[in-house]
Write a protein that binds this ligand. Sequence first.
Ligand code: NAP
Length: 330
Amino acid sequence: MVRTSQARRKRQPAAAHKTTLPARAPVQRVLVTGASGFVGRRVLASLRAQGTEVVAVSRRARRGQAAPGIIQVAADIAGDGWIEWAAGCTAAIHLVGIVREVPRQGMTFDGVHRVLTMRVVEACHRLGIRRLVHVSALGARSDGTTAYQRTKFVAEELVRSSGLRWTIFRPSMIFGPGDGFERSIVPVMRRLRVFPVFGDGQTKLQPVSVEEVARCLVAAVECEACESQIFDLGGPEALSYDEVLRRTARALGLRRRFVHLPVGLSRVLLAIAERLGAVSVTRDQLTMLLEGATCETGPTELAFGVPQQRYEGPVWLRSTCTEGGRVAGT
Ligand SMILES: NC(=O)c1ccc[n+]([C@@H]2O[C@H](COP(=O)([O-])OP(=O)(O)OC[C@H]3O[C@@H](n4cnc5c(N)ncnc54)[C@H](OP(=O)(O)O)[C@@H]3O)[C@@H](O)[C@H]2O)c1
């Protein structure tokens, strides 16, 4: 019996083995939350470049930022006002996230990561959106050492149990114009000739470019093989924090001396800075920095290709920089 069916199978022409399932219709309109952010802006550009319409939701959306093919919705995901605008979307990319709590403004990790992810999942069900690409972070885990990591993990759990066709990405440090380093480290590096480094500077990061992150997120929307999978996203090199700082200074044309501060002292200084409201880095961010953020990129490379762009510092700022941090022409 077995032999017969094997023989029969052998004789069948190759075409008979092709799947008879109809190909899924290409996604025409995508809901993007956190669209005004550093990653969101790139995701919008990538989606538009391939001709996909976008419904972009964020509180900072401005009419002036509207471009052909993009419906900008100025709304807090926590409310209901934006949902009707997302009608007709067949996929969603959920990017909303914070690295720092601002309880006075109602911005807590739980409120943003867990509650807003729950809102997005509910909205997807309400609107008939079946595909959800969710952005988490390396280090997300139930027993994480920071609330950021733990709430990112809870959000992942919500997505995994949503009944939607989901894909989760966990990026390492993302670099590109407007990145977190540019906003928090670069201004300090421009001011101080002797730059304090928290810890021994040997912790490892795997910076990945924002273009490559956006490319993966957008490709995942139509990738059936990527469903129900978590992809770590890291760049081509694992660099020590010292090396990241050296490359940052070099790109800015700055000569800086790096002085390493013991972790205990760093925490005390950051606690004081947090109290004074003069923080560019929080103690939780220091904890995560000291843990490092590197990953196995094998599965991600198989699905999306090998990441190419190395971190060479904020080279996009180079033309506007001179020693001492003055902007050229000022
Ligand atoms: N950048 C990195 O290195 C990195 C690394 C790992 C993971 N990630 C993750 O990647 C995602 C995107 O990061 P990013 O760097 O693009 O962050 P970002 O620049 O800070 O942008 C965050 C976005 O979230 C939105 N948002 C925050 N609270 C909101 C609320 N209550 N209602 C509506 N929108 C809200 C913000 O929009 P409005 O303020 O306009 O509302 C903004 O568009 C986040 O989930 C982050 O955790 C980033």
